[in-house]
Design a protein around this ligand. Sequence first.
Ligand code: KG4
Ligand code: ZN
Length: 354
Amino acid sequence: MHILAIETSCDETSAAVVENETKVLGIVISSSVETFKDTGGVIPEEAARKQLECVLHVINLALEKAKLTKDDIDSMAVTRGPGLLVSLLVGTTVARTLASLWKKPLIGVHHTLGHLSSTWLDTNEELKFPILTLSASGGHTDLWLRTSHTHGKLLGRTRDDAAGEAFDKGALMLDLGYPGGPAIAKAAEKGNPTYYDFPLPLCNDDSLDFSFSGLKTSLKYLLKKLELETCNLELRPKCQVPSAKFQISDIAASYQNAICKHLVHRIDKAIKLHPEIKEVHLVGGVSANIHLRTLTEEIISPLPLRVPKNIPYCTDNAAMIGAAAAFLIKEKGDEAYEPFETVASLSLNEVVKC
Ligand code: KG4
Ligand code: ZN
């Protein structure tokens, strides 16, 4: 069974061929992120224009890498939402057109189900449900208790910013560039994670929800305070942090630690509430964060921690969409091929059912 998958929900244009649910035969990820380094975020029309230019080439290259032709493909899959509408339309329009020309059945996949499937890519190990999955990216932060690929429930979600957004906005304040996650992680390498105190969000709240806007505000006030304390020192260009006396690395490490501690606090609470959990998964762009992985591993022991096999499988990619489509076929049969709409905001109720 070969699935050709396409993912264009944000600034990436990705295509992949996935064999027998999880084996990635060929994958291409083309990103326009360099274009947005100085804008602090993606400009949707600009991203979609670039996706339109390269999408067919990316698909051909993925087939070439897999050493297959369109005749070897059994089904096609594409991200139908959520995401940037113009970008999603590029992917779904191309997928619909090729599926019709090549006479292949097409499956529309929820982007989050793609992330939830990413820990299975290129692995032969049998992963055991029930699984607690933290899916954290630039657009969402959700905690799932899954009893199968398409069944389970949402235990908690962010009430304001997503975890990746907290990294991106923090990096902007520190003038570290976009995307903020890898930039803050790099700046934090030589810093002290406990140098500055940040509050633990929702620490007395009964839910398993997340909130990151308070951390962002705390960072803003910390920078203001440092600026006032050192008003006679020269400021770094574009950045509110003085060049002497204070180390960006300590600020970055402490801010990263605060975001990760909040995520891990929720994971810990969920495990205590649900002793049936057999393993814990981290997925989405933020799961690439090494500090988060280390803290999670410590707190969940002796439960096993799974993360996507390599960093490109953490961030947006088409292989996870192919795997999700294969799991949909396995669990829903022909229902998986239902006609679908392309939508920018898609309910989380559609990811997994109770
Ligand atoms: O899953 P993803 O590629 O796209 C969305 O679905 O949003 O996630 C992108 C997000 C960005 O906010 C980026 O800053 C964050 O993931 N990210 C990281 C790291 N790598 C990417 N956050 C923390 N540490 C990282 N190493
Ligand atoms: Zn994503």
